[in-house]
Design a protein around this ligand. Structure first.
Ligand code: OSB
Ligand code: MG
Length: 370
């Protein structure tokens, strides 16, 4: 295919979360999200930048993403003849780091390519699943009772696994109480890099709670210490922050730093790199699942498409729009069945329509490139 991007529209939207979301690195109450619209032949493809509001999950944030897109990523693709999204992804890899910024644009190009071909995005990328098993990520709460009540509500809604956030001071006692109350559920914990290798003995005490996995206990950019920790504990380690590329995935697996990988589209820079991570893990017998970054409907729809690849074997953090937003920017909103699954839509592109009036009303800045 011949793809020539005529225009790229950046927009920042503000969306208040229905409830705050707290991790070991901080609390989010309102999202500031950059959306990317890439236009060719009068057709628009959409992508979402998954960077947070502050450089605390990784080094990117809303404003850094805007600048990278405006000064580097956008100009590298505009007016340049491209064979397709795959080639565009390659051109963006000349930019070091800033993968979430580039990934937002890259995802828009995949959506655009799918729409120009009249194909659902999930089919274009080689997806096979028609249903996505769903889990939820539940942030740090004001009390354990509050957490237990929230877990109960999500289980009643049908979610297939529960992830809780932990940090020093909100870990063993919390997990113990959750386990006592829900002995049979699929349960896991995510530390977002809140521990150090000196905490190995403390983390080993999680073993008695037979968690599905412990996500990213150590430094955001580490592989080696995770490998050593994995040798000391039984709970499988899942890496999130540390896997930014297929090369990291390959090295993590070679080192024994994880037994499971959380793939996030933005963190690895888009679909091209996400598929490579997926394929490397699959070849090594390492299951993957799709992580979340409190996305609006656009990023959520892309996560659904990604989750259709064959080695997405475990429930991900992709859940219903209503858990985040009073009103989402896509129609229909993402819904989860009472069995805890999302049905993949057979519509062109990412499969949902944009709620344009609402989108306009929450747009706080816009810039047209090209
Ligand atoms: O580590 O998976 C994470 C949210 C923001 C930043 C990092 C993470 C998360 C989540 C929420 O766990 C996933 C979601 O519900 O979107
Ligand atoms: Mg995580």
């Amino acid at each position: 295919m011949n793809l020539k991007i005529e225009r790229i529209v950046l927009r920042e939207i503000r969306m208040p979360l229905v409830r705050f979301f707290e991790t070991s690195f901080g609390r989010t109450t309102e999202r500031r999200i950059v959306l990317v619209e890439a236009i060719a032949e009068g057709v628009s493809g959409w992508g979402e930048v998954t960077a947070g509001e502050h450089p605390f999950y990784n080094e990117e944030w809303t404003d850094s993403a805007w600048l990278i897109l405006r000064h580097y990523a956008g100009p590298r693709l505009l007016g340049h003849p491209l064979a397709g999204a795959e080639e565009a992804a390659g051109r963006l890899e000349h930019i070091r780091g800033h993968r979430m910024a580039c990934g937002g644009l890259e995802a828009a190009l995949w959506d655009l390519e799918a729409r120009l071909q009249g194909l659902p995005l999930y089919r274009l990328i080689g997806g096979v699943h028609k249903q996505i098993p769903c889990g939820v990520s539940i942030g740090i709460q004001e009390s354990v009772d509050e957490l237990l009540a929230r877990i109960e509500r999500e289980l009643e809604a049908g979610y297939q696994r529960i992830k809780i956030k932990i940090k020093p001071g909100w870990d063993l006692d919390v997990v113990r109480r959750v386990r006592r109350r829900f002995p049979h559920i699929r349960l896991m914990a995510d530390a977002n890099s809140a521990y150090t290798p000196a905490d190995a003995e403390h983390l080993r005490r999680l073993d008695e709670f037979y968690l599905m996995m412990l996500e990213q206990p150590l430094a955001h950019d580490d592989l080696l210490d995770h490998a050593e920790l994995q040798r000391k504990i039984q709970t499988p380690i899942c890496l999130d922050e540390s896997i930014r590329s297929a090369r990291h995935a390959e090295q993590a697996i070679r080192l024994g730093a994880c037994r499971i990988i959380n793939i996030k589209l933005g963190r690895v820079g888009g679909f091209r790199q996400a598929r490579r991570v997926h394929d490397i893990a699959q070849a090594a017998g390492i299951p993957v699942w799709c992580g979340g970054m409190l996305e609006s409907g656009v990023g959520r729809a892309h996560n659904i498409a990604l989750s259709t690849l064959p080695n997405f074997q475990l429930p991900g953090d992709v859940s219903a729009s209503r858990r985040y937003w009073a009103r989402d920017i896509i129609r229909p909103p993402v819904e989860v069945s009472p069995q805890g699954a999302i049905a993949v839509r057979d519509e062109p592109g990412f499969g949902y329509a944009l709620d344009e009036d609402y989108l306009e009303s929450i747009t706080v800045r816009r810039e047209i490139l090209g």
